[in-house]
Design a protein around this ligand. Structure first.
Ligand code: 13P
Ligand code: SF4
Length: 314
């Protein structure tokens, strides 16, 4: 297999390979602009899960992070799912290893926990869970939980805390966090707000409560698109990963999106999301590797809570 890249336009080569492979390119809102522009669908974790479930393509090239591609594989055991960079992980996934969760559940068996797992976790953690949620449907999933069992919410303590404030439901929270979103501070956002007093603030629920309290809207990345389009405000401070700005500039072109003077104060790069490149996308479509694979036993057990989530959030 040749290792050199084609000399003609890489975009054209990717599109030709996509056709040849009967592939679909799915991209998360945090991917770089050139990948977003080439994708068949760009969205948040929830939208991507639905798209992955519904596609009739033979190959899914998933431009996002590992747990997202893994979710696509779990619901599509007979399709080939590839991820441009196999090291594109997630700090939330890393904060909750499946064996630790299993040990915790064993030690606390008397609690009979109903386990709700944020989709940012491994297949092994999903396999131990009752239902999955994303930032786009977490409130709904928690509201639908049985009220005669205590809830354990894994792995994101910040999303969990936000959902508790929205639903009034008590939950035990795994102490995981997104390394990007916890970097934003109340001081840095307040400083930007002071420079733009008429601006509204939209923040991802993975931010800490100190930052969320400054926000006019706390929501998933896809809901940010709707918020920025619909708000009468002209100036919007966007507190999340920097890839979001590309999507928002396209979808809400009339709005002034404020990410801070260097694009780093209210928006920062996720190093995992940014591992994918057009070159790696080309190679993974050409070579069908890195491919997502997992033991069938884990896949089967992880599928049930994902399907429950998709059913509950229709
Ligand atoms: P969304 O589902 O809101 O796109 O969030 C995914 C994510 O990884 C946020 O850091
Ligand atoms: Fe994971 Fe945070 Fe990156 Fe999202 S932004 S993929 S939660 S590390």
């Amino acid at each position: 297999m040749p290792t050199t890249l084609p000399s003609t336009d890489l975009r054209e080569e990717i599109l030709a390979l996509k056709k040849e492979r009967n592939a679909v390119i799915l991209a998360h809102n945090y991917q770089s602009g050139d990948i977003q522009d080439l994708a068949d669908y760009v969205g948040d974790s929830l939208g991507l899960s639905y798209r992955a479930k519904e596609t009739d393509a033979d190959v899914i090239a998933f431009c996002g992070v590992h747990f997202m591609a893994e979710t696509a594989k779990i619901v599509n055991p007979h399709k080939t799912v590839v991820l441009p960079d196999r090291d594109a992980g997630c700090s939330l996934e890393q904060s909750c290893p499946a064996d630790e969760l299993e040990g915790f559940l064993r030690e606390n068996a008397d609690r009979n926990y109903y386990v709700i797992a944020y989709i940012n976790c491994s297949a092994g953690v999903k396999a131990l869970s009752d239902v999955i949620c994303t930032s786009g449907n977490a409130v709904r999933i928690v509201e639908a939980a049985p009220d005669d069992r205590p809830i354990l919410f894994v792995p994101d303590q910040n999303l969990g805390e936000w959902v508790m404030s929205q639903t009034g439901r008590e939950m035990d929270l795994w102490q995981g966090a997104c390394y990007v979103h916890v970097e934003f501070t109340r001081e840095s956002i307040a400083r930007i707000k002071a420079q733009h007093p008429d601006a509204v603030v939209v923040a991802h629920p993975e931010c800490t409560s100190a930052v969320r309290l400054l926000a006019d809207e706390v929501c998933s990345t896809e809901k940010m698109v709707h918020f920025c389009r619909d708000t009468p405000a002209q100036n919007i401070i966007v507190v999340t990963e920097s890839g979001m700005l590309h999507r928002l500039r396209k979808e809400a072109p009339g709005k002034n999106l404020i990410a801070g003077p260097t694009d780093r104060c209210a928006c920062a790069d996720c190093r995992y999301m940014k591992m994918n490149t057009l070159e790696k996308l080309y190679r993974c479509l050409r070579d069908l590797t890195p491919e997502i694979v997992m033991p069938e036993e884990i896949r089967r057990r992880a599928e049930a809570p994902i399907l429950r989530m998709l059913e509950l959030s229709r």
